[in-house]
Write a protein that binds this ligand. Sequence first.
Ligand SMILES: NC(=O)c1ccc[n+]([C@@H]2O[C@H](COP(=O)([O-])OP(=O)(O)OC[C@H]3O[C@@H](n4cnc5c(N)ncnc54)[C@H](OP(=O)(O)O)[C@@H]3O)[C@@H](O)[C@H]2O)c1
Length: 468
Amino acid sequence: MTVAELPRKPGGNSAKGKEQRANIFATWRRDALGRLVQRRSAEAALLAAQSFAAPGKSLHPGFSPAALLTGTGGSSSSRSKAKEDAPLPLYAVRWHQSSPADRKPEDGAGEKPPAVLKLTSAPLAEGDLQRALEAARAGAQIVAAALPTPGAFCSQEDEVSLGWRFVQLIQRLLEDGVGARLLVVCPAAATGALVAGASKAVAMEDSSLKIQRAFVPLQCLQRLDELVPRLCALSSAHKDETDLWIRDAGFRGLPFVPRLERMPAGSAKASRLPAHGLDGEPAKLLLTGATGGLGKAVVSWLIKEQGFQPEQLLLLRRMGSSKLEGDLARCTVVEAAKVDSTSVLQESLLQVRGVTGILHLAGVLDDGIVGGMTEDRMRKVAQPKCGMLVALLNAAKELQWPLQWTVGFSSTSSLFGYAGQVNYCAANALLDQLAVFSSEGARPEGDRAPCRFITVNWGPWGEAGMAQ
Ligand SMILES: NC(=O)c1ccc[n+]([C@@H]2O[C@H](COP(=O)([O-])OP(=O)(O)OC[C@H]3O[C@@H](n4cnc5c(N)ncnc54)[C@H](OP(=O)(O)O)[C@@H]3O)[C@@H](O)[C@H]2O)c1
């Protein structure tokens, strides 16, 4: 498997890619740590970044945190060594407008009417579930739409409930033993992301599930019933796509579809993280999950390669977590009693001023097949990934930090879907969607990152961390 043979489409295409996927992961696993820290062989340097390209626009690697990805930073001597290395292939997820030629003739004639299931934070009604099962048995499509709670964007509880309702639907379909075609409709926003992320994982677990996602402007969800025929027609006209982004609330124009694209080589200007804030003060970076395998490597890279002083690095961690050693023991540390609470974080970080960048690495795994998934297991994995991130971004706003950027550490699992990781794919999808949809003007203020937000979908690191 070479990088040239990789699928161009992210999005998970049911279980058929399993064999190929194993090869991809074997490739990614090699030297991942070296990519970041020592810039070893570029051969296997494959990962994807989201939000490096505005929809329909070309890629722009010139943004400074690209240093994290291109690994071309460091001292002048290490830079000249880097020149000898082959450029690191870095992929970005780029959303293209589909072309008229991509459209398939709509074969909706004779189609049975779909069953529409509205997913909210409230429990699923048995009658609705039965209608969905009947539709699946009859070969009709199920339209499962994630309807966020108005005014409560990215509330951890609501997001987990939404994701869990979707998993419950899948569990019932699998128990029933019928295959199903699902069109998962989600807002083009961070909210509802756990539904979209979960839908990628379940498609990898059971090939009888054919799943497509449609991201629509939030306001469209208020008139979902009226839009279902148009959504189904679009789904049928783009049946080879796993993801469609309908950007116009009036459904004008063609939908956007994601593609993995190799990024141009990083520019020398982008080789280092910004050393100063906009006010000229030395930059201050906050890291979550810094005590983990990747976190330690990132801290060491920031100090040894990027020239940060340990006191410029602030580690936010759980109260009473593991003992700090080495580079980590020299950094500033803030411990919080409850990391997914805005008010607790605000209180804990009250004395902290001038944070210019955030690296969000906190995360935990609790893998298991979809049949054995529970709401608690969804919550456990979402808590550090989503709850902590949202609480931290909210606290940053309240504390008026001069934040310029945030990088979320996500995974290829949520990019392609991964069997046995429905909760992990769901949680990482919030980072992915915050990056993709953060620049959209139409979303409510509360659902927007207060700074440039980039997500990196790392492949499994062989040398350190949770994937070992
Ligand atoms: N390892 C990989 O190959 C890989 C691949 C793709 C993506 N990623 C992502 O990269 C990030 C770092 O991965 P890693 O391998 O370094 O993970 P790790 O070794 O398991 O460390 C994760 C860190 O997250 C924090 N954490 C764990 N549970 C938490 C909770 N409930 N609340 C708050 N913080 C919690 C811990 O920090 P404290 O104890 O200090 O609070 C822990 O040190 C993760 O988000 C992961 O999803 C990793």
